[in-house]
Write a protein that binds this ligand. Structure first.
Ligand SMILES: Cc1cc2nc3c(=O)[nH]c(=O)nc-3n(C[C@H](O)[C@H](O)[C@H](O)COP(=O)(O)O)c2cc1C
Length: 248
């Protein structure tokens, strides 16, 4: 597919055929992932390839047993990684403490997310389907243990990939114009917000969720049910501690 068609045809896929992904295709996906822009040419990320079902089963509870964590033939876990560069410095008798800070963390996270999205576009260009597993940033200490991540490495993104076993329409999104600002930020008045969120509020999936859970409106459905303050604060503390403990 043409790149632009691939990008505009994106939708998350959550049911996969058992068909494994060919090695040559996986190689190309990984090459694309590793060929993105990267801070200072340092390539501050690593990718853990999981094909082993036993390993997926081990990680599944940490992904809150989402079916995609075990029904995909392939899971790629992307990590912000300064460990390899530390080792390079050590081997050249250069100190490594320049990168034990939040700035370095931001660089490595950016590199890892660029790699992840490159992998997604490459996978979709081969007709594969995928879904991100945001749960990778929840139970970070346990993922660090299972994946045996050394200091200065932290997981940032996780993608389940496989041949699609479902056909679904494009997901409703905000109109593009609502996300774009010309030259400087133009703030939103209430009418803008009402217009911009109208399609999302009408969307069947969202409207059903609001009705079934009696949350009243979509904004409240997010805040009081989907991504709750107490959960966010709980996992935020775990993540913050893990980032510090990993040496950033
Ligand atoms: C950082 C991130 C984390 C996500 N985590 C999950 C997840 O844990 N489970 C899931 O089913 N979808 C997950 N998604 C997929 C989103 O729900 C999906 O991208 C969004 O609803 C838009 O739909 P689309 O991808 O079909 O356009 C995640 C997406 C992102 C970018």
């Amino acid at each position: 597919m043409e790149t632009i068609e691939t990008l505009l045809g994106h939708r998350s896929i959550r049911q996969f055929k058992e068909q494994p992904i060919e090695d040559e295709i996986l190689d190309k996906i990984l090459q694309a992932a590793c060929n993105g822009s990267t801070l200072g040419g340092m390539q501050l990320f690593s990718i853990i390839v999981t094909k082993d079902k036993a390993m997926m089963e081990k990680m599944a509870p940490l992904h809150f047993n989402q079916p995609i964590a075990t029904n995909a033939p392939l899971i790629l876990t992307f990590c912000a990684d300064f460990h390899r560069f530390d080792r390079f410095c050590e081997c050249r008798d250069v100190p490594t403490d320049a990168y034990s800070n939040f700035q370095a963390y931001q660089w490595a996270v950016t590199d890892s997310i660029i790699a992840a999205q490159n992998a997604c576009v490459a996978a979709e260009s081969f007709g594969l389907g995928l879904c991100w597993l945001g749960t990778i940033t929840y139970n970070v200490p346990q993922f660090i243990e299972i994946l045996q991540l050394p200091k200065h490495v932290i997981p940032t993104a996780c993608i389940a990939i496989g041949y699609p076993d479902q056909q679904i329409p494009l997901t409703t999104k905000l109109p593009v114009r609502s996300l774009i600002h010309q030259e400087s930020y133009r703030d939103y008045n209430d009418t803008d917000i009402n217009n911009m969120y109208a399609a999302l509020e009408k969307d069947t999936h969202n409207a059903t969720a609001v009705a079934e859970n009696k949350t009243g409106n979509l904004a409240n459905d997010y805040v009081s049910r989907r991504y709750k303050k107490e959960d966010n604060e709980y996992f935020s503390n775990i993540l913050y501690k893990a980032v510090k403990e990993q040496g950033f």
